[in-house]
Design a protein around this ligand. Structure first.
Ligand code: ADP
Length: 203
């Protein structure tokens, strides 16, 4: 849904390994939702292109790609999705997974997204997240998740740069969701917050 020329959006925020991608994919399979994960956007780049090389340079160290580059690429990516009629702002809710990931990103995206709910996935069990990331590293060949010191760096980056993004949105928009449990249980918790929020946003 396009509200005042801004994309009607749901933000998925949470530390690495908390299950944003897993939940985002399941939600994205529901008609009317469009899942956009910036990790996937970056990984789909030609690895030898200038921006592909930049991505590898930062992600392999557990760092964020610079804000300016990220937001520029994200805007181009959304424009492409719209022109290919894959994402329709007038009909679909944009489910953003992995962006905004820093306060400057949240600020520069303010003019184009209208988040009506922020799903904050919370997991107190860091060992469980590390286990999930190491499992994913072998399954998906992700070099940023193989080395334990890089994983630790990613948690630090989350605490320092991404967690403060929550303060950019009104408290009433934030839903804290326990990310421990089966995929179905977590999905149920998310949907039980999202569906009433969609209905309320239509009123
Ligand atoms: P995870 O799901 O484990 O949190 P992602 O797949 O979303 O990780 O992202 C992988 C890497 O891509 C990040 O560590 C970072 O280097 C880069 N990245 C993804 N989204 C952003 C963003 N919004 N800003 C900067 N870098 C990003």
């Amino acid at each position: 849904m396009l509200t005042q020329n801004r994309y009607s959006s749901i933000l998925l925020i949470g530390p690495p390994g908390v299950g944003k991608g897993t939940q985002g994919k399941m939600l994205g399979a529901i008609p009317g939702f469009f899942h956009l994960a910036t990790g996937d956007m970056f990984r789909s780049l030609d690895k030898e292109s200038e921006i592909g090389l930049e991505f590898t340079r930062y992600s392999s160290q557990g760092l964020l790609v610079p804000d300016f580059l990220t937001v520029r690429l994200w805007r181009q990516h959304v424009a492409k999705l719209i022109s290919r009629e894959l994402y329709s702002p007038a009909n679909d809710i944009l489910l953003l997974d992995g962006i905004p990931r820093s306060k400057p990103q949240a600020e520069s995206m303010r003019e184009c997204i209208d988040p009506f709910i922020v799903i904050h996935l919370v997991c107190k069990d860091i060992d469980e997240m590390v286990r999930r990331m190491q499992k994913r590293a072998t399954e998906q060949g992700r070099p940023d998740d193989t080395d334990e010191s890089i994983i630790r760096r990613r948690f630090e980056v989350y605490k320092e740069q991404t967690a403060p993004v929550l303060a950019c949105y009104d408290d009433s928009l934030i839903s804290n969701i326990d990310a421990l449990g089966t995929q179905a249980e977590v999905l149920l918790r998310i949907l039980s917050e999202v569906v009433p929020a969609i209905n309320a946003s239509k009123k």
